[in-house]
Unconditional design. Structure first.
Length: 291
């Protein structure tokens, strides 16, 4: 555990963004951006993301430079380099809808480049080993489902190429000249289907109001983005080809969704029947409401 946190006052910052687990604040002098995790998220989460982000930056993968760990006395966070005049791809699309197709094509290209990049396995973990402890230990997963998930995990290969870990079009920003990956706490290595499966879930199962909160987009727009991403990334041309590919993603989707639920509840609580039913359906090769 790292204990070297710099105490800051948020009076010196202006809130500049929000996400599922953190709020961001930009220093009034423009020198740094502080990502402060929400109350209840321990320092371990912050330190992991900071450590991994530094390793990604040191590997030459474009991302904002990590500066230091910080705390306001109640929450933990980290400061990063400010990318002047930056906008996320999703923010651009929300303001300029005609950019949906060109930015999706660019995102697909950047994703393929990342997924073809050899990973330093002494620094970055196997995605399977990121997920495994949460599945093994969390009380919010029933024993029968735990057994199925661990069996599915065994069958997945682990190519030694990079994964973002939280791969979606809201986690890439640009200043118009250079593009940067952000939110790198689950950066790892493994099969690219891990990253693609998250987008499948977002396209089909996130409520529109939450989609707007996270991405400044509605569900219909994100579904169009997903269809375009499959064409650009995978060369998929027909609905039949898309459905075949999506079915291949369901095992990954089941594991990533269960992992996300475990993290969100810090591994605690009782199994939720609705969550368990959806994960079971994915493992059975079904996407309720769609196929």
């Amino acid at each position: 555990m790292i204990t070297d946190y710099k105490r800051i006052s948020l009076e010196d910052y202006v809130q500049s963004g929000e996400g599922g687990q953190a709020l961001t604040y930009t220093r009034k002098d423009g020198s740094a951006l502080a990502k402060m995790f929400l109350y209840g998220l321990g320092s371990e989460t912050v330190e992991r993301e900071f450590r991994i982000s530094k390793a990604v930056y040191d590997a030459g993968i474009p991302c904002p430079r990590p500066i230091r760990l910080v705390t306001d006395g109640e929450r933990f966070g980290a400061e990063y380099e400010v990318i002047a005049n930056k906008r996320s791809f999703t923010r651009i699309i929300s303001q300029e809808p005609e950019q949906l197709e060109p930015l999706t094509r660019k995102f697909a290209l950047l994703g393929k480049q990342l997924h073809a990049t050899p990973a330093n396995t002494e620094v970055f973990p196997d995605m399977k080993e990121v997920i495994r402890p949460w599945i093994e230990k969390s009380t919010c997963i029933s024993e029968p489902l735990r057994a199925r998930l661990l069996e599915a995990l065994k069958s997945i290969p682990s190519p030694k190429t990079c994964l973002h870990g939280d791969f979606h079009i809201g986690n890439i920003i640009t200043n118009g000249e250079k593009d940067y990956w952000i939110d790198l706490g689950d950066f790892s290595y493994g099969a690219p289907e891990w990253d693609l499966s998250m987008n499948f879930y977002l396209a089909y199962y996130i409520p529109s109001e939450y989609m707007d909160q996270l991405f400044h987009l509605d569900s219909e727009t994100f579904r169009k983005h997903w269809n375009l991403l499959l064409k650009s990334y995978c060369g998929i041309q027909t609905p039949e080809e898309q459905r075949v590919f999506e079915k291949k993603l369901l095992k990954f989707t089941a594991l990533k969704y269960a992992f996300g639920v475990c993290k969100r509840h810090n591994g605690q609580g009782d199994p939720n029947p609705r969550t368990e039913g959806l994960v079971q359906a994915f493992l059975d090769g079904k996407a309720p409401g769609f196929f």
